[in-house]
Design a protein around this ligand. Structure first.
Ligand code: IFM
Length: 456
């Protein structure tokens, strides 16, 4: 299975999950600092204070990337390093870190893919309402422009937001993520303001000459239990309606406005029944509909649902009345997430049909397992099988016509897995948090060979 000649192979990380150095060089506080330091929010009381200490070890980490033959590295910029309070003057010491990172990557012939927002909102903005406040979208656009002004001469590939569904609905809906708010109405407002921030930032980036701009979403095919192992299974009308509704809330809520400048009716209806739609102002959809080049797809597992008459909406899913979230008949990762590799090809083919005017890139895919170091090696056969299975489906989607530009594994390093802390290891490189020693797992060596062959 050989991939297209210019197919991009790489790995992804995010600032708060790996950098540490939370008080260095003028970095302000983020909502994840506040949230993780609040007892009860994160497993084992873990925080990102030190994480993988990548802020100090990035040169060695790039050395590892080079050994693994990565062609691309997707990282995120910590907004509070650039503007400690989320607005106003730009902190040159914060920018200097990313400046060095980019130079070092380019020297190693690795293309930088910069994500501007991977959830570490400056706390000062949260204190003024966070993403429920329309003004945050405008502050985000200013920040995006400032980062582009520093890095844009060397970085061509930009992502505005990572997984706005997670930021809005886990952050403001069920409170599992920072800032830990639990109001469906806040989640709906936040989702809209995140999209507005995306559109405003995308326009500024384009005006400043960015070559490629993408929006990264967490997307999944939404299946009924029978469809998990049998794509041809025909669901009942009620189950199909539930699947359609969840697909709309998860994926179309973000991609329809970004790509077509429209909201699906179900989304407007969910907003109307959760706080109202006043926050959606005339002209917003035109702003959100800024031209983008790519949609970044983060895929881990399918979403499995069936209908359940009279069920109340899930806190993370306003608008999901009458839907029951079900389990898939499939093996699971250490996160308890079902492993369904062909969910990825089903998803990519569908997205390429629904949004044919944009290209696609798998910007995250990977799995957590309970890895152990034995005699200096990590034999993570399950992860190799997971990645192998999913890459076959990526290839299948390309053959089926999806305009798929690349694949980035999540993640380069074991890291701070949000509310799960450090106990969940997603890396292809093992990190010993006591010593900061890095050990490439068998999956990393396997991936290096896949990249070398440009195929499986
Ligand atoms: O670790 C996260 C990442 O930050 C966003 N996408 C999903 C990953 C695994 O949960």
């Amino acid at each position: 299975m050989i991939f297209p000649e210019d197919f991009v192979w790489g790995a992804a990380t995010a600032s708060y999950q790996i950098e540490g150095a939370v008080k260095e060089d003028g970095r302000g506080q983020s909502i994840w600092d506040t949230f993780s330091h609040t007892p009860g929010n994160v497993a084992d009381g873990d925080t990102g204070d030190v994480a993988c200490d990548h802020y100090h070890r990035f040169r060695d980490d790039i050395g590892l990337m080079r050994e693994l033959r990565l062609g691309a590295y997707r990282f995120s910029v910590a907004w509070p390093r650039i503007q400690s309070d989320g607005e106003g003057s730009v902190n040159p010491r914060g920018l200097a870190f990313y400046d060095k990172l980019v130079d070092e990557l380019l020297a190693a012939e690795i293309s930088p893919y910069v994500t501007l927002y991977h959830w570490d909102l400056p706390q000062a903005l949260e204190d003024r309402g966070g993403w429920t406040n329309r003004d945050t979208a405008y502050r985000f656009a200013d920040y995006a422009e400032a980062v582009h002004a520093k890095l844009g001469d060397r970085v061509s590939d930009w992502a505005t937001l990572n997984e706005p569904w997670v930021a809005a609905f886990l952050g403001y809906g069920n409170g599992v993520h920072a800032p830990g708010r639990r109001r469906p109405a806040d989640a709906m407002r936040s989702a809209h303001h995140l999209l507005l921030g995306h559109g405003l930032a995308a326009r500024r980036l384009r005006e400043a000459g960015a070559r490629s701009i993408m929006l990264v979403v967490n997307s999944s095919p939404v299946l009924t239990p029978a469809q998990v192992n049998d794509p041809s299974a025909v669901p009942s009308e009620a189950d199909a309606a539930s699947a359609h509704r969840i697909h709309t809330l998860l994926t179309r809520q973000f991609l329809d406005p970004a790509v077509y400048g429209t909201y699906p009716e179900e989304v407007l209806d969910a907003a109307a029944r959760n706080g109202g739609t006043d926050h959606i102002q005339d002209g917003d959809l035109e702003l959100i509909n800024a031209p983008i080049d790519l949609v970044g797809v983060n895929y881990y597992n399918p979403c499995v649902v069936e209908s359940g008459p009279g069920l109340p909406a899930d806190a993370a899913w306003p608008g999901s009345e009458n839907v029951r979230f079900a389990t898939a008949d499939a093996p699971t990762t250490a996160m308890g997430w079902p492993i369904v590799p062909d969910g990825l090809s089903r998803l990519l083919v569908r997205l390429s049909q629904d949004y044919p005017q944009v290209g696609l890139m798998v910007t995250e895919n990977g799995a957590a397992f309970d890895d152990v170091v034995q005699d200096g090696r990590v034999h993570d056969d399950e992860r190799v099988a997971y990645l192998d299975g999913h890459l076959r489906e990526v290839h299948r989607a390309i053959e089926a016509g999806a305009d798929l530009r690349g694949y980035l594994v999540w993640s380069l390093l074991d890291n701070f897995e949000w509310a799960e802390g450090y106990r969940r290891r997603f890396g292809i490189v093992h990190v010993d948090y006591a010593t900061q020693e890095r050990v490439p797992k068998d999956s990393a060596l396997w991936y290096r060979d896949v990249i070398g062959r440009n195929g499986l």
